[in-house]
Design a binder for this molecule. Structure first.
Ligand SMILES: Nc1nc2c(c(=O)[nH]1)N[C@H]1C(S)=C(S)[C@@H](COP(=O)(O)O)O[C@H]1N2
Ligand SMILES: [Mo]
Length: 326
């Protein structure tokens, strides 16, 4: 989070590593800007240039294009390469260096993963991951992702709406927020041996944000299980908010009455708010949020209000002062 606008040399991966024919379309767009830097990047990062070999997820639903567009489940912009999505990461439990996360997270053990869904619910339950993933069929959702550091990607996630899980545990009327927690295990997450952040990483949403269909629990990208660096085996994705809301490797989801503590707003409350809605009009104190660097593109794009999801989510914030509630 500390190096705004610092985009290091990008890579273009040969078409053979892609799982999906769509990516051939973007290869041409990117080739011009990235070919020259690719060689140096691979030279410096032999591990980072490796392939992603996580299992293919069976039975992925592709929503009908028109419906998906209208719901905001699909963005008609070139998808970021799998190589970039998996080798330019924020995940402080492994490394504070974006290109260092993938090698540091390699081999992260997720066997026996459980997620506890608890707090103000009628039916609290500890889910084995397999049971949790059976709650709703996996869907491909192509979302924009905008990091607070002013870079962005377009990511084809595999996941399902968090609301489906919350429906199963039956929230009580007194539940107004949802708090999330990442695994705490310094043996498996070496970054937790330092005190760069307060561990475990925690995040939160208001109940209506958590119930919005765009909010997903993701277990895959590009049709394959999440690699460790992207938050294996399950992470949150909230596409109209800055990337830091998308808490990775989640083990606990707790419904609560009051606004929960969140890692980045506790770390620097003047820089990172609880709401963290993508808003080009509210600058970060140390840099502008008006434009973004789409990873894999040259030049900058204007940043869209609510990251382009205003039509879908704007009503959630009607009457709120978005400068105070940033
Ligand atoms: N547990 C945990 N979750 C996290 C982070 C982190 O450091 N730890 N970083 C956040 C930030 S700042 C961003 S931008 C996204 C990056 O997700 P990606 O690496 O899959 O693109 O993860 C978010 N989730
Ligand atoms: Mo971020």
């Amino acid at each position: 989070m500390k190096n705004p606008n610092k985009i290091s040399s990008r890579d273009v991966t040969p078409a053979d590593v892609y799982f999906n024919r769509r990516t051939f379309i973007r290869a041409g767009i990117l080739a011009a800007s990235a070919v020259a830097t690719g060689v140096a990047y691979r030279h410096l990062n032999p591990v980072a240039a490796g392939k992603v070999n996580t299992p293919v997820i069976p039975g992925i639903t592709k929503p009908n294009v028109a419906t998906a567009d209208a719901a905001g489940f699909r963005v008609d912009e070139p998808e970021t390469s799998l190589e970039d999505i998996t080798h330019y990461n924020n995940f402080y439990e492994f490394s504070t260096d974006k290109e260092g996360v993938a090698p540091a997270a390699e081999g992260f053990e997720t066997k026996g993963w459980q997620v506890s869904v608890e707090g103000l619910v009628k039916k609290p339950r500890v889910f084995d991951l397999d049971d949790l993933l059976k709650i709703s069929p996996p869907e491909e959702r192509i979302y924009r992702m905008r990091c607070v550091e002013a870079w962005s990607m377009v990511i084809p996630w595999v996941g399902f709406s968090l609301s489906k899980l919350l429906d199963v545990v039956e929230p009580l009327g007194s539940a107004h927020y949802v708090a999330f927690e990442t695994l705490l295990d310094p043996k498996r997450m070496p970054g937790q041996r330092s005190d760069v952040l307060d561990w475990p990483y925690v995040e939160g949403l208001r109940m209506d944000e958590a119930m919005h269909p765009l909010t997903i629990l993701a277990s895959g990208i590009y049709g394959r299980a999440l690699p460790p660096q992207d938050g294996a085996p399950i992470r949150l994705v909230v596409p109209w908010k800055y990337g830091f809301k998308g808490i990775k490797s989640v083990v606990k989801i707790k419904l609560v009455a009051d606004q929960p503590r969140t890692t980045w707003s506790a770390y620097a409350p003047n820089e990172y708010g609880f709401y963290a809605n993508v808003n080009p009009h509210v600058d970060h104190p140390r840099w502008s949020q008006a434009t973004e660097q789409r990873i894999g593109e040259s030049g900058r794009r204007p940043t869209l209000m609510f990251n382009g999801y205003e039509e879908q989510v704007g009503h959630l914030y009607a009457g709120m002062d978005l400068r105070t509630n940033f």
